[in-house]
Every structure is written in C-alpha cells, then in structure tokens.
Design a protein around this ligand. Structure first.
Ligand code: R2B
Ligand code: URA
Length: 309
C-alpha cells in the first residue's frame, strides 16, 4: 500500500506516529483537508508541521490568535509576534497559527464543529509524521459550585448523564467511545498551577452538552421547559457526580484523542458559578483576564517540557 506521501505502509498502525484509525487513508492518492484549506498534494505537510509537539485548540478565532502571540513571547522566539500568519487563510471555518513547536487552532462552538476540526487535525499530524504530540483544549465553561475565574483541569469528560462516554451516530447506529484523558498530563498541569500566582485551579469532571441554554439547564434561553428548582436539582446531581464545570466539546475531544493515541488534556476557566445564575455578567476586561488563565497554565507546561524554566 502507498499512502498519500508515497511511503510504503505494511502495518499502518505501528508505523503511524499519530494513529489515524482508517485504512482507507493509505490507499488515497491525495487527501484534501477541506476545512483547513490544506492538502497532501498542494502542501508539504511534513516540512510545514513535522516539528509540532504541542497543539492548543480553543473555540474562538481571536483568542487562539492571541494565544499564538502570547506563546511567541513566552518562548522568546525571533520575529514580531504581530506578524504571525493564519495558515488557514484560504478558509474562514477555522484559523491556525504555528509558533515554533506549538500549533494554535480555533474549533468553533460545539461537538460537530470541533469534531470536523479534529478529523482534519489528526490527519494533518499523521501526514506530517509528527511524534509525541500533546493536545490541549483551552476553553471557557460554566462553573458548578466554583467561583468565577477558577480553572478546571478535566479529570473525566462526561455526558448529560455524568458518564464518561461519547455517543456518535454512524450509519444510523449509535457507537459509544470512552472519554478518558491523559492522567499524567492532568496531574502535571495541576502541580504547575500551584507554582503560578493568582491561578485558582481544581481538577474535576467536565460535563459536555449539545446546547448552551436548555442543554445546560439555563433559565434564560428563548425556550425553557423546567423550573428553577429542577435546574438546581440537576446541577446538584452533577456536582455529586464530581462535575465541576460545563462546556460543549470535551467528550468528543477526549474520545477522538484516545482512539488515535494522542495524549490530551482539557483546561477551561469557569466564567460564572451556575448555582448563582445563568447570565455572564462580568465585565469585558474581567472575562479577558479569566480566559488568559488556561493559556498561562499551558504556556508554563510547554516551557517546562522544553526545559525553558
Ligand atoms: C464554552 O463556551 C462556548 C459557549 O459559550 C462553548 O464552545 C464552550 O464549550
Ligand atoms: N461556556 C459554556 O458552555 N457554558 C457556560 O456557562 C459558559 C461558557
């Protein structure tokens, strides 16, 4: 079998540094990563991305650009951090910035949006022959019994029934995948969080939902089919099951990384305490500062791994 790069593959699982779990990929002459506006024939992916060791993903395009500029300064790399270009400029679906061994990519909101991005990212890392990659989701979330500003490192990513599984419909049938994250990376992050001032951090379960409003038990959407008491009862059950925050991408992120053998972690800041309300009332500046907290922690981790601190 010849893969897209023209290399021979006898045993694709053992030879792939990042494990794509799809034998069809090895018989394709070309692979177009449509939503990145990249491809194996149009771009030299090993040359462009072969040295990537850390991939950081987050929902917002602007936040992932700021993260790229921040990590450029943190790693003291040459050049001006304002000149970093969007590698995916041919499309406005996602944005992507490369800063030394770090890739920063946006994924939009929700499971379908991040899962499309992850299919193409994992193929990209595979085509580029990347090795020993750690993947981080840096995000925002609603805190469950935590004050706003607390950073949550995800222990288990759980679904609406607080179980560590992700359900995907494939050919009309539900497939269930496990959502375990890398324990080593999480505990290393927790350890580093204690070395950084003003970074209140906990480890706990993260509930992933398919909606921001009713799906997260909010009373302030365009629709609401339950009472205040019912909302609090659900949040209390979630808390008792170890849930400390709620967001919209962690289960599919964990499931896809696990299948493909990529070490992964989820680090989200809580923007509010959901026991106290539903609306996000903090000022713009406070929210910007909160969203920098996961970035500061992951940057510290990267600098430690690179031996810079
Ligand atoms: C956190 O924030 C977004 C919703 O506001 C969503 O992408 C998530 O997971
Ligand atoms: N993101 C979410 O998904 N939920 C929140 O409450 C805040 C941010």
């Amino acid at each position: 079998l010849l893969n897209c790069m023209g290399n021979e593959h006898k045993d694709y699982i053992d030879e792939s540094p990042v494990h794509v779990k799809n034998p069809n990929l090895f018989t394709m002459e070309e692979d177009i990563l449509y939503h990145f506006s990249l491809g194996t024939k149009t771009h030299n992916l090993p040359e462009m991305f072969g040295d990537i060791k850390f991939v950081c993903v987050g929902g917002s395009a602007n936040r992932m650009k700021s993260f790229a500029q921040f990590i450029h300064k943190e790693l003291a790399l040459p050049g001006n951090s304002d000149d970093i270009l969007d590698i995916c400029e041919g499309t406005d679906r996602y944005c992507m910035y490369k800063v030394g061994p770090v890739l920063s990519i946006s994924h939009g909101m929700g499971v379908p949006s991040i899962s499309i991005m992850l299919h193409e990212l994992i193929k990209l890392l595979h085509h580029a022959q990347c090795r020993d990659v750690v993947l981080f989701r840096l995000g925002t979330s609603g805190g469950v019994g935590l004050p706003a500003g607390t950073v949550v490192i995800t222990d288990k990513a759980v679904d609406y029934s607080f179980q560590a599984k992700f359900e995907q419909v494939v050919l009309g049938k539900v497939i269930i995948r496990s959502t375990e994250l890398d324990e080593g990376v999480s505990s290393e992050l927790l350890k580093y969080s204690k070395e950084i001032p003003n970074l209140p951090t906990v480890i706990g379960n993260t509930m992933c939902t398919h909606d921001f409003y009713e799906g997260q038990g909010r009373l302030d959407g365009a629709l609401c089919s339950f009472s205040h008491e019912e909302k609090l009862e659900y949040l209390r059950k979630a808390y008792d099951a170890g849930v400390r925050n709620i967001e919209m991408e962690s289960t599919v992120f964990a499931a896809m990384c696990k299948v493909c053998g990529i070490k992964a972690a989820v680090i989200c800041v809580a923007l509010l305490n959901r026991f106290e309300g539903d609306q996000i009332t903090s000022s713009h500046d406070v929210l910007v500062e909160y969203q920098q907290r996961p970035q500061i922690l992951v940057s510290y981790f990267i600098k430690k791994r690179l031996g810079l601190i």
